[in-house]
Design a protein around this ligand. Sequence first.
Ligand SMILES: NC(=O)c1ccc[n+]([C@@H]2O[C@H](COP(=O)([O-])OP(=O)(O)OC[C@H]3O[C@@H](n4cnc5c(N)ncnc54)[C@H](OP(=O)(O)O)[C@@H]3O)[C@@H](O)[C@H]2O)c1
Length: 367
Amino acid sequence: MTWLLILVMLMFDVSFMVSYNINQFVCWFLQRMFAVVYDSCGGPKVLKWKVVENPVLDFNEVLIKVEACGVNRRDLWIREGIYQHLGKNKYLGFECSGTIVKRGAAASKLPIGSKVCALLNGGGYAEYVAVPEDYVMSIPSGLTFEQAAAIPCSASLIWLSFFERNNLIRDDKVLIHGAAGGVGSLAVRIAKSLGCVVFATAGSEEKVDFCRTLDADFAINYKKQDFSEVVARETNGTGVNCVLDCLGDDVVDQNLKSLAVGGKLICIGYKDHWKWSSVEMKDLVSKDTTIMGININTFNVVEKRNMLEGIQRDIWPLLKGNPHLVDICATYSFAQATQAHTLMEKNLHRGKIVLLPRTDLPHTDLP
Ligand SMILES: NC(=O)c1ccc[n+]([C@@H]2O[C@H](COP(=O)([O-])OP(=O)(O)OC[C@H]3O[C@@H](n4cnc5c(N)ncnc54)[C@H](OP(=O)(O)O)[C@@H]3O)[C@@H](O)[C@H]2O)c1
């Protein structure tokens, strides 16, 4: 009986190794993969699905076979040429999920075959991406590859805003802008999981309805209503502890009015204007307000490692077994990246857009 068991285990192991090594051999032999590329900056139509060289693996990196990749607004700005692309990976894509298929000599934390998601310096819009192992996290149980790919960027901003630079606890009050977007929708879910009272804003009635489905306590159309009045009324004038802002100038005065004494305005993005035209100093000084910006691109290796450890410690337990907390609006194949970017550019999405590296679709853009 024992011998039979050992034989079965050996057969399983050998067949796994054979199929795995064949994959590796083909990969090594061809040194090619599909990726979404663009020759010059411009609108969504510049995106093409093309055969390119495999990424080169550094000693501290793992090679991930990408199963899904999250679309971020930053991808659109880089494609348009109004934002600098950072990192050695020259393709778009700042977050992905997939399976580790190879490890650099010094990468030893997660074994080959691990199902992971990762925060990237670009490169996610490709079949394979090389990433420092410190930027890789195991997928919380119960989440699909699509859901896991939608998390790393949002979770980074949320962890920094709610945990590291704040210490939000039950009954704290939070105002979240862009709440129907990728970062915003997860931020609402996490804040609610922490037991906070959430004011969520969005720019259309459809998105406001979506914010209600996220469980936001108050969903406000900021284009129709002064949200600071709603905050003042619903908090008896005490205000919110934290504002997570991606709108910028248009709402800066309302944001400052909405803050409680000692509250924090955390700026992660801006919509139309790169400058604040005016700030009501009275609201700023009298309430001991803190205003801070976050740009995860500026983080060094140690800061990013700490952030990812923090995400796994503080956010993973909330997501574990709760896949409904990650809201995916649409999935497209990599070959349909143009449609995915068009959807975000039209600003019609709710939740997250995810790309899948589907090679079984016709590739009309092949050279
Ligand atoms: N600081 C960082 O390190 C970092 C990293 C990643 C992302 N971000 C920022 O985080 C924010 C959210 O990103 P996301 O990927 O979740 O984007 P998203 O899905 O488009 O969500 C942003 C939401 O905010 C509003 N919005 C903000 N900026 C906009 C713009 N330029 N054009 C149109 N609508 C805009 C829209 O809501 P309404 O239609 O309701 O107004 C949209 O639903 C963005 O500002 C992005 O740049 C920052």
